[in-house]
Design a protein around this ligand. Structure first.
Ligand code: TYM
Length: 340
């Protein structure tokens, strides 16, 4: 990640993050993580566990620590390669919180009030509408802008936050001259919004109270099969992608993501067959796709020293890049510099 002499030689920088809040779902994987893995060969990729974001909702300390450890191991098991990419834990790199404060001061109250995630989460946790929940997007902007990221692979639900990140970057650049790269969202054609298996008008979410609504990446094969068999569909009993067939569309999209088949191929494969057969096929394809990930996860979890070494090195590399941007921004604002 050293700065090339000629900026045209610079590979595009990718940044993304995921919250280690509980189980990571098939929605997270198909909407974001799968892209993270695929981008590693072509770009300079930087990925993080956004644990600072996670405490906007109250966490039990032991479960939080466990979830973060497991999320780190799971992402390695999914294919993040610490030799190719930088992979760290957000709270290990203090520049994020520092830059977030700065960006708070370049973000308008009204802009944060309009964020749908803020509105949803404050409705869901009325007893804890804390300031962190409100200023969540500038912390996310800090994550991205610190690395001068060009592209941010995310699912559709993060699009609004990305747009605000661009607004903040453009505003800062407008006041002080070019400081931050203005990033683009990188949203997959397939899988950008995987829906709940129980209510396919809602997105699949790890915080859903009904565990049948989502597939956790570490679910046992029999649980995955059961959840797909119970997935809500419709009464037409015909596997085709069409408006109003949210449940079937969602299953087709999942099946397409894990098998690489087009909708047309899927429609032909299941022509004249019932939903029972289709759901079982989707379940089996998902089980087979996740099996090697689960096996690698078990191996990583047995090797805590290796995990610790990876996240320590990741944090060191992330710090050395992000401190440059932080200093640059602070200098432009007019903070008194320290001799280093
Ligand atoms: P999080 O942890 O909610 O989700 C991680 C990624 O998974 C995607 N995703 C989905 N994609 C398709 N279908 C679904 N049902 C689905 N559910 C979640 C999300 O779009 C996301 O890409 N604020 C972020 C974390 C974050 C971040 C960042 C992301 C912190 N800093 C900087 C990008 C850049 C979040 O809560 O994602």
């Amino acid at each position: 990640m050293t700065e090339p002499a000629n900026m045209e030689d610079r590979k595009k920088v990718i940044f993304s993050a995921i919250q280690p809040s509980g189980t990571i779902t098939l929605g997270n994987y198909l909407g974001a993580l799968k892209n993270w893995i695929n981008l590693q060969d072509e770009f300079d990729c930087i990925y993080a566990l956004a644990d600072l974001h996670t405490i906007t909702v109250r966490q039990d300390p032991a479960s939080f620590r466990r979830n973060t450890l497991e999320a780190y191991a799971l992402l390695l098991a999914c294919g993040i390669d610490p030799k190719k990419s930088i992979f760290f834990v957000q709270s290990h790199v203090p520049t994020h919180a520092q830059m977030a404060w700065i960006l708070d001061c370049y973000t308008q109250f009204g802009e944060l009030q309009r964020m749908t995630q803020f509105k949803d989460k404050s409705a869901k946790h009325p007893e804890n509408v804390n300031a962190g929940l409100f200023t969540y997007p500038p912390l996310m902007a800090a994550d991205i802008l610190l690395y001068q990221a060009d592209l941010v692979p995310v699912g559709i639900d993060q699009k609004q936050h990305l747009e605000l990140t661009r607004t903040i970057a453009e505003r800062f650049n407008g006041i002080y001259g070019q400081t931050f790269t203005v990033p683009d969202a990188y949203i997959p054609k397939q899988g950008a919004k995987i829906m709940s298996l129980q209510d396919p008008t809602k997105k699949m979410s790890k915080s859903d109270e009904n565990t049948n609504a989502y597939i956790a990446m570490l679910d046992k094969p029999e649980d995955i099969m059961r959840k797909f068999k119970r997935a809500v569909t419709d009464s037409e009993a015909c596997v085709r992608y069409a408006e109003g067939k949210d449940g079937v569309n969602n299953l087709m999209s999942i099946y397409s993501c894990v098998t690489g088949k087009t909708y047309e191929q899927i429609e032909n494969e299941f022509a004249g067959k019932g939903y029972g057969e289709f759901k079982a096929a989707v379940g089996e394809a998902v089980v087979e796709h996740l099996r090697p990930i689960r096996e690698r996860f078990d191996d990583y979890m047995k090797n805590r020293d290796y995990l610790e070494q990876c996240w320590t090195e990741g944090a060191e590399k992330a710090y050395s890049i992000s401190i440059r941007t932080l200093r640059k921004a602070m200098k432009k604002i007019g903070f008194l510099p320290m001799k280093r």
